[in-house]
Design a protein around this ligand. Structure first.
Ligand SMILES: C[S@@+](CC[C@H](N)C(=O)[O-])C[C@H]1O[C@@H](n2cnc3c(N)ncnc32)[C@H](O)[C@@H]1O
Length: 251
């Protein structure tokens, strides 16, 4: 048995690499992990190009990984939106495969972790990436705020990934994320999410309909970003070339 872990890239069925496509053709079973990220096409679009049935995996299924290991004598493909190792779930699967003595072949692709380079911010100058979850009545974690604060102390940029509730078809927007940051600001009062703080909002990077906007928290909170997926960047210390690039996206 071989498990092919194949990155699909960021936009549609055509972002797969030729190597990835060839690997799919060799597999009897093709699964898709699409609860940590989504493509801009339905599964039927993938099936049409790949010529295989593509079975979506729920969080539970993939974390137990039983499904993947239930075909001991056949090759299996696990398709991951973006790149394979930009979510810890997939490291877990890789480790389990090693425990089962199963060969794994990884085929990489573009990820949000590198697509943000299009903003002009230096990838080498990003610090810890953080995630903003949807707040609930008694759940308002401040860890995303702490991550930005800590990165800023070292002059580093922060990538903030936004919550996805796949089962409810809910994808956090830049606007919602900024509103939540201002709620934390009201408690922490460090001034990093004041009305005048400058941030970068991105939507659908990697697609021809991508949006990048640079402006104050106030401006971006009221700005239209359209369909998911969105992410937010809090810039740290800027080099003049980064400043020049950000000017291109000013609202
Ligand atoms: C947990 S990450 C998964 C990353 C994915 N495996 C990859 O390599 O790109 C998913 C989050 O990244 C952000 N994201 C992913 N793709 C994006 C895109 N094309 N444009 C903007 N944000 C994106 C969103 O905030 C989304 O909720």
């Amino acid at each position: 048995m071989v498990i092919y872990m194949i990155g699909l890239g960021l936009d549609d069925e055509k972002d797969i690499s030729l190597k990835g496509l060839e690997a799919i053709k060799r597999c009897r079973h093709v699964y898709l992990e699409d609860y940590t990220s989504i493509l801009n096409v339905p599964i039927s679009g993938l099936e049409k190009l790949y010529g295989k049935k593509v079975i979506p995996l729920s969080r539970e299924k993939i974390e137990v990984a039983d499904t993947i290991f239930s075909h001991p004598n056949e090759d299996v493909a696990l398709l991951v939106v973006g790149d394979v190792f930009s979510a810890t779930t997939h490291v877990d699967l890789f480790l389990r495969a090693k425990e089962h003595n199963v060969r794994v072949q990884v085929i990489h692709n573009a990820s949000i972790m590198t697509a943000i380079g299009e903003t002009g911010l230096e990838l080498y100058k990003f610090g810890k990436t953080t995630s903003m979850p949807y707040f609930e009545k008694s759940y308002m974690p401040q860890s995303p705020y702490d991550a930005v604060l800590e990165n800023l102390m070292h002059g580093l940029h922060t990538l903030i990934l936004l919550d996805i509730k796949r089962s409810e078809n809910r994808f956090m927007s830049v606007n919602e994320c900024l509103r939540q940051f201002t709620q934390i600001e009201d408690v922490r009062k460090k001034g990093i999410f004041s009305d005048r703080s400058l941030v970068v909002g991105c939507a659908r990077l990697g697609s021809e309909h991508r949006i990048i906007k640079y402006g104050t928290v106030m401006q971006l909170m009221d700005s239209e970003f359209g369909e998911p997926l969105h992410c937010l960047i809090y810039p740290g210390k800027l080099h003049f070339m980064e400043e020049d690039m950000l000017k291109l996206w000013k609202v």
